[in-house]
Design a protein around this ligand. Structure first.
Ligand code: SF4
Ligand code: SF4
Length: 300
């Protein structure tokens, strides 16, 4: 079983449409598991129309909770809280859930044992079925910031499923940008594909994403999406790849048919198999598969 993660230094590069096309092409020849690791704004399901088989709550962190019936209004908790998270509202000691850091100082100091530290539900994760194979995906509730943990959970579940069902690849649609969720999505991957657009920040975005994969020693390849919208910027990206020795394995032309395909709920390779954009995706998948299979052979 091999894990491929698709990343981008920022959002809006077409990463998810590339992921969906690769999933479509991979699923034609082998058995795969998909993981949408963009838990803050999951959208792979828009192209895959999943049927949810299992739904689970995701709990993380702790937040203090005061039992008003047990509280003796001593005020100790407000004194010890360094986050000013406890106020007296209408005569009742109350925790501001957004301000609470879960440090437990109030819990240990309360003389009346009126404070508990429950773990709140901050999101949900799903095991779904799609026409390309199982999809593990998740949704972090608005305002929550534990997406790295949820990404790790989604990836773990995808990996376990792939091992259980002897599936050849786990294809992970990573979060855009950099940071904790991206590190969680990339860690343990056998290969990373960075999708970059030829924009003003293109090289910078690529550098940021590559810094993450290089730090973890993940073999990394690059594809330039919508390459013809700015040939000059595309050349800058190509030059950067040559300079740092990053394999550039594909350039995908721009065409509004990709949006048309998405509106129809299909990756471009499924919607218009003979279109030049699809041809670029076929080429991309061929090279990824070859590299991953060679990598597998070299590790036997
Ligand atoms: S420390 Fe406990 S008893 Fe005192 S005000 Fe806070 S919750 Fe109430
Ligand atoms: S757990 Fe810490 S941050 Fe939260 S209310 Fe208690 S003392 Fe304040």
């Amino acid at each position: 079983m091999k894990q491929l993660v698709i990343l981008s230094g920022k959002g809006g590069t077409g990463k998810t449409s590339v992921t969906a096309s690769l999933a479509h092409l991979a699923a034609r020849e082998t058995r795969i598991v998909l993981a949408d690791a963009d838990v803050d704004a999951a959208n792979l399901d828009l192209l895959l129309a999943p049927t949810i088989l299992e739904k689970h709550d995701f709990s993380s962190g702790v937040i203090a909770k005061i039992d008003p019936a047990a509280c003796i209004s001593c005020g100790i908790c407000t004194d010890v809280c360094r986050f000013d998270a406890i106020d007296v509202i209408d005569g009742v000691y109350t925790v501001d859930e957004i301000a609470c850091d879960g440090c437990a100082a109030c819990f240990y100091q309360c003389p009346a044992n009126a404070i508990s530290l429950p773990t709140p539900v901050v999101g949900q994760w799903f095991h779904s079925d799609t026409r390309f194979g199982p999809l593990l995906h998740a949704h972090l509730f608005a305002g929550q910031d534990n997406s790295g943990k949820l990404v790790t959970l989604v990836k773990q579940e995808a990996k376990l499923l792939a091992l259980d069902e002897n599936r050849e690849y786990v294809i992970v649609d990573g979060p855009p940008g950099i940071g904790c969720p991206v590190i969680s999505a990339a860690s343990g991957a056998d290969m990373a594909l960075i999708v970059v657009e030829p924009t003003v920040s293109g090289v910078h975005d690529l550098e940021r994403a590559y810094a993450t994969t290089a730090h973890f020693g993940i073999p990394t390849m690059v594809a330039v999406n919508k390459t013809d919208i700015n040939p000059e910027r595309s050349q800058e990206i190509i030059a950067y790849c040559q300079q740092v020795g990053l394999p550039l394995i594909g350039t995908i032309p721009f065409d509004t048919i990709v949006t048309e395909a998405m509106v129809n709920g299909q990756p471009i390779t499924e919607y218009a198999p003979t279109h030049p954009v699809s041809a670029a995706m076929y080429s991309l998948w061929e090279q990824i598969r070859t590299v991953m299979q060679n990598d597998k052979a070299s590790k036997k």
